[in-house]
Every structure is written in C-alpha cells, then in structure tokens.
Design a protein around this ligand. Structure first.
Ligand code: NI
Length: 285
C-alpha cells in the first residue's frame, strides 16, 4: 500500500495559538471514509482483546484483573495487530502538522532541538465504553515517559465519533506546557492502577477548557500540557486514537526523579514481563 500523503496544514494563527496555549483543536484531520474504516478495525481489536496476553491491552483505570470489567481499556501500538491502522491519512496529516507546531514551539521554549525530523513515538487506542467509561485523570503525558530523556513531543488525539463533554472529549489547562513535569501518583493511590494523577495543589482546574470536536477532527497537545477527559455518560462508546510524536529524544546529563514510576505494580506489567520471558525462552530453545 502506498503511504498516505499529508493534505492538511495549520495556519500561522493556529501555530501561534498552540505555542501560547499548549494545545490546538481542528475540525478535520482525515476523511469520513477513513474514520469509518478505522472504527471497524478498532472495534474488532477490542472485541478480540488484541494484545491482552502480552500486557499491551489493559484497563488504565482499574486493577485489570482477568475477570473484571474494564472501564478504560487501552491498546498500546494497535498497528502491530492490524495492518489497516498503518499508513493512514490521519497519521500523515498528524505528523506533518506536528512538525509545524513543534517547530514553532521550539523557538518559544528555546528548548534543545537536535533535528527538525519528527519521529513517531507510538499509537494508542483508548476506549471509554458507553455509560461506564471512566474519566482519565488530570496528568502530563511526560510523567509516564523516561525521566532520563529530553522530550519535545506532542499527541495527536482523534475521536472516531463526535467527542462531546458528555462522552469524554479532551480538556486542557491553557499555558501549562511551558512548566516542568510536576509530581504525580497512581490513581486512588493504588500502584496496581496504571493511570497517573497530578498531585493536589499543582493545577487550577477552574481554568480548564473543553474541546468538543467532530469525528475525524483532532486535538494536539504538548507532552507537558495538563489534560483530562471526563467519564462517558452517553449511550455510545467513545473511541479515540492518540498518536504521539516529536523531535528525536536525547539523554539528560542528570535524570529526573519520577519516583511514581518505580511504585508501579500493575497486572499488565506482570503480563509484559511474562511475555518477555517466554520470548527469551523460545529464542534459547
Ligand atoms: Ni495523556
């Protein structure tokens, strides 16, 4: 299959908005036909629990036991389970626009920029089941990432149906992208839960801005912008894809202390370790 060519660009005003606020919403990033195709594949992957055994599908909001109902199931890198998710127009446009936005922001932040080449860091599929889908608590994406690296990255979040305040659209706190990564803890102070929450007192959620967008629209947010999505109170599943990308990562002289990462004891983590062990054993034999 030929690689999709980017067709959408953002304007100077939109780049300025992103640099000032740390996020941007656009009405369209791909075609209706692609949204429909992606939605069918997306539903099929969750229905057959793709990646579950190797710890790449898990419940972000719960303790993720085998027999529990997931209220925020997520698949890491779903492209490895479905060729239909590769080489999409969503991805091509997302990477091209990310290049525009990050170039603008590099000047604003006077950050370390090693190259203008945008690297694909990975794709997530995040589902909020109808009626029971959990909130994703306030966090910075970089709190999940390697404390020993510099990052200049963003996420391209695209809903596969309309995203509304009722079903869990993206919410951001403007201007929070220029600060450091602040301390986080596991949701419910339970290290079995993968979701991270920013510690009390760090942010003012009265300043939050909700970004409802149509199916096939997108929001962009920098890796330090505080964001949240509410629970799904609607009767349809809230499906979203998030592509993370950015400038090539470089190593810090002094790693940061993201101690909350060391506290993590998730069931998905155990499944990932077991899968890695099985792989090593099969390579030996
Ligand atoms: Ni996030």
């Amino acid at each position: 299959m030929a690689e999709a060519e980017p067709k959408i660009r953002v304007t100077e005003e939109q780049i300025e908005f992103f640099c000032r606020e740390g996020f941007l919403a656009i009405e369209r990033i791909t075609s209706d036909a692609e949204v429909e195709r992606l939605r069918a594949t997306y539903d099929e992957l969750f229905a057959r629990r793709a990646g579950r055994e190797e710890g790449r599908q898990y419940d972000l909001a719960g303790t993720d036991e085998e027999d529990s109902v997931a209220t925020l199931p997520q698949i890491l890198e779903p492209r490895q389970y479905a060729a239909q998710l590769r080489d999409t127009l969503y991805e091509a446009n997302g990477l091209a626009i990310a290049g525009q936005l990050l170039e603008g922001l590099a000047e604003t932040l006077q950050d370390r920029v090693l190259s203008s080449e945008i690297v694909d860091f990975g794709l997530h599929a995040i589902l909020k089941p109808a009626g029971i889908g959990s909130e994703t608590p306030w966090h910075q994406d970089e709190a999940y990432w390697d404390p020993a690296k510099y990052f200049h990255g963003l996420s391209v979040w695209m809903p596969l149906q309309e995203a509304t305040e009722e079903n869990g659209c993206m919410c951001f706190i403007p201007g929070t992208h220029t600060g450091e990564v602040l301390s986080h803890h596991h949701a419910g102070d339970d290290p079995r839960i993968e979701a991270l929450v920013v510690d009390d007192g760090h942010i003012d959620i009265s300043k939050a801005v909700a970004c409802p967008i149509p199916a096939g629209g997108a929001t962009f947010h920098f890796c330090r912008t505080f964001h949240y999505t509410g629970p799904n109170r609607s009767v349809v599943p809230r499906r979203a894809l998030a592509l993370t990308c950015g400038l090539p990562q470089s190593t810090r002289e002094v790693p940061r202390d993201f101690y909350w990462q060391g506290e993590k004891r998730t069931n998905a983590g155990k499944r990932r370790e077991e899968a890695a062990r099985r792989l090593t054993e099969s390579e030996k034999s």
